[in-house]
Ligand binder design. Structure first.
Ligand code: OGA
Ligand code: MN
Length: 226
């Protein structure tokens, strides 16, 4: 057996016995079957704690009022959403940690589900007490390059009384999931399939919303625009 084949066999052996990988395969299968998956304990504890501390240390001027739609369609409508956001940038070390993790996830998704995900963009979101985001879709079929939405929660000790649940609806308007925004939970769903909403938060709520995207560049237009 060549060294190459030996290495390959060893790698395959590790793949089937590695409990972490098995867990990932189960999650990806769930995503493929249902179109969404809820992942608890997504990051190492120290990493999510550091991210939470980082958001706490940001000043008011580090946040801006969230809009609806992209580019020309961008409008601020506080009747639909009243959160504040901050796009994450790789130049900032504390933000790069999360971006790198999501890029690893992107590669795993492509490998397992052949999704052809091209890139990832995300922003921190801060819902102050009283803030919400009414029912919406993150993407409209054929009109967006957003393929998968990810929402990651940062607040430790979030209780039922604190509100701010993410509700995911089925195609007949029925509630599929009501998710408390608990620290270290990641929700992933198909952006153009699931209508969802954020119920009014009764205390300050921190999350990171992001999108894995397809590349829709052509000869006339470079994609993705920011
Ligand atoms: C969004 C969104 C859900 C959440 O930002 O588009 O739907 O639970 N966020 O924060
Ligand atoms: Mn959304």
């Amino acid at each position: 057996m060549t060294q190459l084949l030996a290495n390959l066999h060893e790698a395959q052996g590790q793949l089937t016995t590695d409990i972490a990988d098995e867990a990932w395969i189960a999650r990806f299968d769930q995503l493929a079957d249902r179109g969404y998956v809820i992942i608890r304990d997504f990051l190492p504890k120290a990493e999510v704690a550091a991210l939470y501390r980082y958001t706490q240390a940001l000043d008011d001027q580090d946040w801006s009022l969230a809009g609806i739609g992209r580019e020309q369609q961008h409008t601020v409508n506080t009747r639909v959403r009243s959160d504040k956001i901050r796009w994450l940038r790789p130049e900032i070390a504390a933000e790069a940690v999360y971006l790198n993790t999501m890029d690893e996830l992107r590669i795993r998704l492509n490998r397992r589900l052949f999704m052809g995900l091209f890139d990832y963009e995300c922003h921190l979101a801060r819902y102050q007490a009283g803030a919400f985001y009414k029912k919406h879709l993150d993407a409209f079929k054929g009109r967006s390059n957003r393929v998968l939405t990810t929402v990651f929660y940062l607040n430790p000790e979030w209780h039922v009384d604190d509100g701010g649940e993410l509700v995911i609806y089925g195609d007949r308007g029925e509630v599929l999931e009501t998710i408390l925004p608990q620290q270290n939970t990641l929700v992933v769903f198909l952006s153009d399939v699931y209508v969802h909403e954020v119920k009014t938060a009764h205390r300050e709520r921190f999350s990171i919303t992001g999108w894995f995207r397809h590349n829709t560049s052509n000869a006339y237009r470079v994609d993705p625009p920011k």
